[in-house]
Design a protein. Structure first.
Length: 561
């Protein structure tokens, strides 16, 4: 650990453990079995996002228990508490998907409230599903007390007819089924075999993208991003995380000491080099906002221009996270980038060491084809690009990782909801050459910015992945691939030009020149807006209605404060 000046390890908890006036608080704590010794130690919150609503989080309780062991072994007093999760994979393609992004804010807020209310000195978060991770990191940055993030781990791939499969294959099988390419029995067998146990979705989808981002950021232990959920080393890592947060407390190392501008650049660079999910953009902007780091959409193109795409990961490539772990995890990517001068090696991490120091003992694995040489990349630039144009003045996001077409001009087919678009896909009304436009699914209009994997997976399953483009003010799953533009901003509800595109308008999606335009003049666009009114709010009560009133543009991370 880096040597720092003395830090009060009970810098928060003294408020409720010292002085005669705090006798009532101590009495409550004693009721849970705490003695004088436990009350005198630093208090560490252990946010356990475990639940029985998704395999991503099903096992987190036992991991949180190991974190607490680590805290106790390092003479801290742990306090486990819970918060929510929403399964993207289960809610996908339904109205339930509207709640997913909203859950990110609820997770961040709830961790903040418990941690502040109970005066924890340090924090460890244990999380699995997609919005868990940015939600935890937003809270960690906001609270700025010594903290460590722990990922619940990736699921192992399933097997079907001698080939590895995962949840991406199930969504694409739905499209193949609608086309008649596979029968009911085949679809059922794929369904039964794709997800063999606990852990987050197998490819470099959103969960594994965010675990990669957080490890590269320096906020989780080396190796955390890729250890499978069922690997015994995951439990060992959790105990170490509990010990490490106590060391961070002793050294006074806080999250914002680690989550610097340069650290965000590192994390973006590593994730772009691996072809991560488009949700990376939304979540990293939100995390940077909480950390007080100035990060914009333009930074992603700037970093992408200098970072090669070198990891052959699904959905665009061949391999899943467990495969990457087998050859050494994301350290294999990070060391290659560091050697090539593409990372800030002096950034601090939760180990108390720098990125370069953490990577010093890493041996590069050459006898493998998962991570390629920087000099022989899969693509010269990173796996995501930001596009702008008269359809997206603030920007939109395209994943370019994988073998896909990068340019298309075609007639728009416009839908005012994901559900309407999915019906059209199932009826095979989308034809080669079309540009599908799905609007009023943005942060406020949806509300909640639904992911579109049901639609995009079905299109790929129908064989249209290389001949249809799609754009939306909503989001995509990390399992989406093809010429798909997400996060189009301003969104339709906010009066963005996507609100007035019409079926039949010629639309150009160009990931090479980074443009998104419709062949409609500025004057015609102004004329169309003269008679335009946004759709009435879809939610008028409850959490979604509250969220719609507070949330901002996707171009700034869709944050609520």
């Amino acid at each position: 650990m880096t040597t720092r000046q003395s830090f009060d390890t009970k810098h928060k908890s003294r408020t409720i453990t010292q002085g005669p006036e705090r006798a009532p608080a101590r009495a409550m704590l004693r009721a849970m079995g705490l003695d004088d010794d436990a009350l005198g130690r630093p208090f560490v919150g252990v946010a356990n996002l475990g639940s029985e609503v998704t395999p991503c989080n099903f096992h987190l309780g036992r991991l949180a228990a190991r974190v607490k062991e680590g805290v106790r072994s390092a003479r801290g007093t742990p306090f486990e508490f819970g918060t929510i999760t929403v399964s993207d994979g289960i809610s996908m393609g339904t109205d339930g998907m509207k709640t997913s992004l909203v859950s990110r804010e609820v997770i961040a807020d709830s961790i903040e409230l418990v941690t502040r209310g109970e005066w924890f000195d340090g924090l460890v978060t244990v999380a699995g599903c997609d919005k868990n991770m940015p939600g935890c990191m937003m809270a960690i940055a906001r609270l700025n007390i010594p903290a460590v993030f722990v990922y619940g781990g990736t699921i192992l791939p399933g097997s079907y007819r001698g080939k590895d499969i995962n949840i991406q294959d199930v969504f694409e099988a739905v499209g193949a089924h609608s086309r008649g390419s596979i029968n009911d029995a085949e679809l059922l067998e794929i369904e039964r075999r794709a997800c063999p146990g606990e852990g987050s979705c197998a490819g470099l989808f959103t969960a594994n993208t965010m675990s990669t981002f957080i490890e590269a950021l320096g906020m989780s232990l080396p190796g955390d991003a890729s250890i499978p959920a069922v690997d015994p080393r995951k439990a060992e890592e959790c105990k170490k995380a509990g010990q490490v947060v106590m060391e961070l407390l002793k050294q006074g190392i806080r999250p914002r000491d680690i989550m610097t501008r340069e650290a965000f650049e590192n994390a973006i660079a590593v994730t772009l080099a691996m072809g991560g999910s488009t949700n990376l953009v939304l979540h990293s902007l939100a995390m940077a906002h909480e950390a007080g780091v100035d990060l914009t959409l333009d930074d992603f193109n700037r970093i992408s221009d200098r970072i090669p795409y070198i990891a052959d990961m699904r959905p665009g490539g061949k391999y899943v996270m467990a495969d990457l772990h087998r050859i050494g995890g994301i350290a294999q990517v990070m060391k290659r980038l560091l050697i090539s001068g593409l990372l800030h090696g002096d950034c601090l991490t939760v180990t108390g060491k720098t990125v370069a120091e953490n990577l010093r003992g890493v041996t590069l694995q050459e006898d493998q084809d998962i991570v390629h040489l920087v000099s022989r990349p899969l693509l010269r630039t990173g796996g995501l690009v930001i596009v702008k144009g008269n359809l997206a003045p603030e920007g939109g996001v395209i994943k370019v990782a994988g073998n896909q077409h990068l340019q298309q001009t075609g007639p728009a087919k416009v839908f005012d909801s994901e559900a309407d678009a999915f019906v059209a896909v199932q009826r095979q009304e989308i034809k080669a050459g079309d540009v599908v436009v799905i609007r009023y699914e943005g942060p406020r209009g949806g509300p909640g910015m639904r992911e579109m994997l049901a639609v995009t997976g079905a299109l790929v399953g129908q064989g249209l992945g290389e001949s249809v483009a799609l754009l939306t003010d909503g989001r995509f799953s990390g399992a989406t691939h093809g010429l798909m533009v997400g996060h189009v901003a301003p969104a339709a509800t906010l009066g963005g030009p996507i609100a007035v595109v019409r079926t039949g308008d010629m639309v150009t999606v160009d990931a090479v020149t980074r443009r998104l335009d419709m062949a409609v003049s500025d004057e015609e666009i102004r004329q169309r807006f003269l008679g335009w009114q946004p759709l009435p709010p879809r939610e008028t009560r409850g959490a979604l209605a509250k969220y719609a009133k507070l949330v901002g543009s996707a171009a700034q991370g869709a944050v609520t404060g």
